[in-house]
Design a protein around this ligand. Structure first.
Ligand code: COA
Length: 575
């Protein structure tokens, strides 16, 4: 178990600078050599409502958000009300007071520090906006946050807003630190730990997916902005010039995927990012990609649905639409990332698979992972493969290029517009080997089989799902997406207690790795699939493709699982 495991949570009103405050703490902790994982949740409004930011700090890799907090900072009464039930003996509670908008109750065993953040910011400094920096100043004194680094962060973050904004925020930082020095006596033992420095970067899941695209050599990116996926596009827009690529913001998601398809037809590595409502709109073009065998990569950052649903909240409920969305039988591949590092790695793999199999490939992430930051080893971008589809080369004199030629592996070599002898159409209509529309029953069957068979055995060609456990287990958990991190932590805890628990972590979830799941199930008395959606979408897919009928464990309240609740459920099921 980790020597250090500290979680700091900050709660307040959206627009009060909670996110900036948390980002600064996370950056300080990471610079001190720690591993970090952050978690943010906020309402869909730009201002108002309860916003929360949490950073978990450890000397080991942090696998998930964890079970709660050790230190909570409440900027207002709403944050206090939302969190007071979780306060436990040994915790530290820092709050806006006296003079804030609430008076906390007594909490036996909890160390309480009042910092009049609002009062200092409003009355002493005359800038209420700087309240968060007053708070940070106080926290720097209480928990040993590097003060000089904080000043540097203020300069870096607010410099573009003007030097007077920087100066007032540094004043606020100093005022908070001085208040702490002159008025508070530290009685708890928490501090930001210091670990051995490693070559790590701090990056969000969305930025990591964007970075993966750049590493894979994305040459064309089109998007329509949507929470919680927009940052993938922001990141790409900032960096795509490095691949000589083009970025286009479209008028909607239908046009966006049409742009991506057109660029891919022209031979460019092409990609988009979106979330559930965007995937709904893209369904027609996804089918076009499958039918015309034009590769594309879609980073899908899931949020709560249906309709506009929960734009800023976490859910894993787009699996069905990614696997089945659209009309007809259309092959596609779905990868699902476990953590921020995999948002990077699987985006690169998504390109490899798309280019190799000439199909649409989803790299599924989710709201909590897209927004969260983690410290990850600095990626070696030069080592990333820059995949290219199989090219036809040339045709002999008098021969005609067959874009959809039947081959041994069902993958037909491509030609790009302008290639000598490679003229063809990439139709949405059923077609013959040359690409000409053709509705003959024999041809139809042949072409449908070819498209579907390309990926039918992909399980044997892609890396194996990770397994942890013994030859015989009382229960096996199959997890996908960011739920894998929580399952890993729960399995570690349960196995440390001697429980016979196993887990399978598939990264390619569609086509389903049927053989690996069957083999896993044969080692487990019971199989359970925890996922953050109502229907148990992955469990349903497993039931439909295997003889296994997994126990469904579903939550759908806009939050990820916690390891504690996962352990409790497992113990209940095997009792
Ligand atoms: N001095 C000056 N500026 C400050 C500051 C300070 N002390 N502290 C924060 N700020 C600025 C930040 O730089 C940021 O400005 P920017 O947008 O120009 O970068 C802004 O104030 C907000 O602060 P931040 O810390 O980033 O966020 P927050 O904790 O106040 O929360 C959100 C705001 C994130 C909840 C909210 O703005 C938001 O984005 N909500 C979601 C909207 C959405 O996606 N809806 C869905 C639509 S379908």
């Amino acid at each position: 178990m980790a020597k250090e495991d500290l979680t700091i949570r900050i709660g307040g009103e959206g627009g009060e600078g909670i996110i900036s405050t948390g980002d600064f703490i996370a950056a300080i902790a990471a610079k001190a050599g720690n591993n970090i994982l952050t978690f943010k949740t906020f309402p869909a409004e730009i201002k108002g409502g309860y916003a929360m930011y949490q950073v978990r700090i450890s000397d080991e890799k942090v696998m998930c958000e964890g079970d709660g907090f050790n230190i909570i900072v409440a900027f207002n009464g709403d944050a206090y009300e939302a969190n007071k039930k979780f306060l436990k003996e040994g915790d530290v509670f820092v709050y806006d007071g006296p003079g804030g908008n609430f008076e906390p109750e007594e909490h036996p065993g909890v160390t309480m520090y009042g910092v009049p953040m609002s009062k200092i910011a409003k009355q002493d400094l005359g800038v209420y906006r700087s309240k968060n920096m007053v708070c940070l100043g106080a926290l720097s004194g209480l928990f040993d946050l590097d003060f000089d680094l904080l000043k540097q962060f203020i300069q870096d973050k607010f410099g573009k807003k003007g030097q007077e904004i920087v100066d007032i925020n540094i004043k606020a930082l100093e005022a908070g630190r001085d208040h702490c020095k002159n008025n508070l006596t530290k009685t708890d033992n928490y501090r930001i730990p210091k670990s051995e420095k490693k070559d790590m970067i701090i990056i969000s899941g969305n930025d990591a997916a964007g970075l993966g695209g750049i590493a894979a050599g994305v040459e064309f990116f089109s998007c329509y902005p949507i929470t919680p996926a927009t940052e993938v596009a922001y990141f790409t827009a900032d960096h795509i010039y490095k691949t000589g690529g083009t970025f286009v913001q479209a008028e909607d998601e239908i046009a966006c995927l049409a742009n991506v398809l057109g660029a891919s037809f022209a031979g460019k590595r092409a990609m988009t990012s979106t979330s559930g409502p965007g995937i709904s709109l893209m369904s027609e073009m996804i089918g076009m990609s499958s039918m015309s065998e034009t590769p594309l990569v879609i980073v899908g950052v899931q949020r709560g649905g249906p309709a506009t649903g929960l734009p800023t909240k976490h859910e894993q409920s787009d699996l069905f639409i990614c696997a089945h969305g659209g009309h007809g039988d259309a092959p596609r591949i779905i990868l699902s990332a476990e953590d921020v590092q995999e948002c990077y790695e699987l985006t690169i793999e998504a390109f490899e698979l798309a280019e190799k199999y000439q199909v649409p490939v989803f790299m599924l992430s989710d709201g909590s992972m897209g927004f969260r930051t983690e410290s990850i080893p600095r990626p070696d971008m030069k080592a990333a493969k820059r995949a290219r589809r199989k090219h036809f080369g040339s045709v002999k004199e008098g021969e005609k290029f067959k874009r959809y030629a039947i081959t041994d592996d069902n993958i037909s070599p491509v030609a790009y517009p302008g290639d000598k002898g490679g003229r063809h159409i990439a139709p949405g209509l059923e077609h013959n080997e040359s690409g000409a529309p053709n509705f003959d029953p024999v041809n139809r069957k042949k072409m449908m089989d070819k498209r579907m068979d390309k990926v039918a055995n992909i399980e044997n060609e892609y890396k194996k799902a990770e397994f942890e456990g013994d030859d015989q287990n009382d229960i096996g958990l199959i997890a996908w997406g960011s739920t894998q991190g929580c399952v890993r932590e729960a399995v570690k805890r349960l196995r440390a207690k001697g429980k016979k628990v196993a887990a399978l972590y598939p990264k390619m979830i569609w086509p389903l790795p049927v053989n690996q799941i069957n083999e896993f199930a044969s080692k487990c008395k019971k199989v359970m699939v925890p996922e953050v959606n109502y229907q148990g979408q992955f469990a349903e897919i497993i039931s439909s493709k295997t003889d296994i009928n997994p126990i469904k464990y579903n939550i759908y309240a806009g939050m990820p699982f916690t390891p504690d609740e996962m352990c409790q459920k497992v113990e209940e099921v095997i009792a």
